[in-house]
Design a protein around this ligand. Sequence first.
Ligand SMILES: [Cu+2]
Length: 117
Amino acid sequence: MKSTPALALTLALSASTLVVAQSGGMQGMDMKDMGETPQVDEPTDVTHQMAAVVKDVDMASGKVTLAHEPVKSLNWPAMTMGFRVKDRTLFDKLVTGKKVKVEFIQQGSDYLVTAVK
Ligand SMILES: [Cu+2]
């Protein structure tokens, strides 16, 4: 008669041990998710796209002023601002008054135009 509650207790303990083992497995999955986070968090490699009108071109210092449309990926409203230009050949397409489609990346506190269409 006494052995029955003891057996029940043993089973209860075994069950809680299983739960701990399962949550240990969950932690293992969390660690795996955390390991993938740095790959997602690389702001300098993110390419943004926008339509813009060329307002001013400064080939000597490699800069262009663009009146751009809102950029959702950066939460930017429409505005006029300066960009650095990655490649001199891009100036062929950056003509004052022209409407262009631009790809750019963030580089520190600057924004660098990487492609013009
Ligand atoms: Cu802007």
